[in-house]
Design a protein around this ligand. Structure first.
Ligand code: ATP
Length: 429
């Protein structure tokens, strides 16, 4: 098995990620997050929300609906333009995105079977369609949102009118997005249903470049703060960028399958607000009380995918040491913070004391309990899922009212009095 296969296998075996609808043979591009994966995702989203929204005076949050009036997607250009060129290989009949294929002279070569075909891709819209109400006709056609940003733009005026916000300010949202990808691949890297964490930061025209730099710097710093080291930026060339984008920089992670985008930071100019103003007939201008100027704000958008960050973190954290596999995840992201073990499961005094410690710590942290097998195996099992601290209650603990605290990374053990445990762990976590 190569590293990527090992990470896939660990994620499945230990309850991070399961194939979607597995008992019915799965469904391409859909995955379910198990108990540990759900915690990890929750912690990533919480860290983002805390840093991008709650810790700042200039950003507010939003939770818009997934299905919106289809006019939203007409105005944003998704109905007419959110598509990939799709080709079907004449030899193996698999479908490909044209830009995934290698070029051979004027023709394209199919990745799987080597079949050759002309570039006759037809445009395939990536939005999922659905119907509202009981009549399945075009009058009730709607889309599952392909990005969360749409909900932010249509609520720009609502936020402006109801909150005390002044330019520059941002509106942030975390939520599901759906894209009918032609080729879902690389595990949870390219899926058909995923979660985005997006910020639209509205600025005065002319100040966009300054804030672009500032957000790019902050986003890179954020990735470092959650322990992602193998990151770099990729400046998109004009031909790679969306037509409205003045500048886009991708933040990429070095996955085992190559450098790939985990977040895009884009300068979207005034495209979105202008388009919505035009289609809705509403006024999206902003009046600056200080300078007495009226303008359409420009917007800087850092847009990240939760599952791509999960995958990057698993790749970064996975380490094989002599006798163990360890996930060296940042403690603020791990599914469990602490595991508690009574040395022996059949000694009621030990179990009783361990339960007391466990129940007390659970008030503050997500904890695991394990009383099966030998202690070495229990440590290994927690290392593999990244639990930073394991506590063992042994016979000495009964008299001395203390426990052994074992550190995941150094494997060093220290005895700490039960009454001092919370203080001790608070400092570490
Ligand atoms: P790509 O070029 O890889 O298709 P994109 O440029 O279309 O991505 P954006 O529209 O910029 O992606 O979306 C912002 C973020 O949403 C991406 O950086 C990524 O983390 C996430 N994302 C986009 N598409 C998917 C997908 N199919 N599966 C998982 N995450 C995705």
């Amino acid at each position: 098995m190569n590293i990527f296969e090992k990470i896939n296998s660990l994620a499945k075996r230990r309850g991070f990620i399961y194939p979607g609808s597995e008992i019915y043979g799965g469904l391409g591009g859909f995955y379910d997050f198990g108990p540990l994966g759900a915690e990890l995702k929750f912690n990533i989203k919480q860290a983002w929300w805390r840093d991008v929204v709650q810790a700042r005076d200039d950003v507010v949050g939003l939770s818009a609906s997934i299905i919106m009036n289809p006019k939203v997607w007409e105005a944003s250009g998704h109905v007419s333009g959110f598509s990939d060129a799709l080709v079907e290989c004449p030899k193996c009949h698999k479908r490909f995105k044209v830009d995934e294929l290698k070029k051979k002279e004027k023709r394209f070569i199919c990745a799987g079977c080597g079949g050759l075909f002309e570039n006759k891709g037809r445009q395939f819209n990536l939005m999922f369609k659905t119907f509202i109400g009981s009549a399945e006709d075009s009058a009730s056609l709607a889309y599952l949102r392909p990005e969360t940003a749409g909900g932010i733009f249509v609520n720009f005026k609502n936020v402006l009118d109801t909150m005390r916000v002044k330019i520059p300010f941002g509106i942030a949202q975390i939520g599901k997005a759906f894209r009918n990808e032609i080729n879902p691949r690389d595990y949870v890297f390219r899926m058909r249903e995923f979660e985005q964490m997006e910020l639209e930061y509205f600025v005065k025209p002319g100040e966009d470049e300054k804030y672009f730099e500032e957000w790019l710097r902050q986003r890179l710093e954020w990735y470092r703060s959650i322990g992602l080291k193998n990151i770099r930026t990729h400046e998109q060339k004009k031909e790679e960028r969306a037509h409205y984008s003045k500048r886009t920089v991708d933040i990429e992670y070095k996955f085992p399958f190559g450098w790939q985008e985990i977040e895009g930071v884009a300068n979207r100019g005034d495209f979105d607000l202008k388009s919505h103003a035009k289609v809705s007939g509403k006024d999206f201008s902003y009046f600056d009380e200080e300078t007495k100027e009226r303008f359409i704000p420009h917007v800087i958008e850092p847009s990240a995918g939760v599952e791509r960050i999960v995958l990057a973190l698993l790749c970064e954290a996975y380490e094989e040491e002599n006798e163990r596999v360890v996930l060296k995840l940042h403690p603020k992201l791990t599914s469990y913070k602490i595991a508690v073990f009574p040395l022996l499961a059949n000694k009621s005094k030990l179990v009783e004391l361990a339960r007391r410690v466990y129940n007390n710590l659970r008030k503050d942290w997500v904890c695991a309990w394990d009383d099966r097998g030998n202690i070495g195996k229990r440590y290994r099992a927690q290392d593999e899922i990244g639990t930073p601290y394991c506590l063992t209650i042994d016979f000495d603990s009964l008299g001395k009212e203390d426990v052994t605290v074992r550190d995941r990374d150094t494997m060093r053990q220290e005895r700490i009095k039960i009454k001092d445990l919370k203080d001790y762990l608070s400092k570490l976590l």
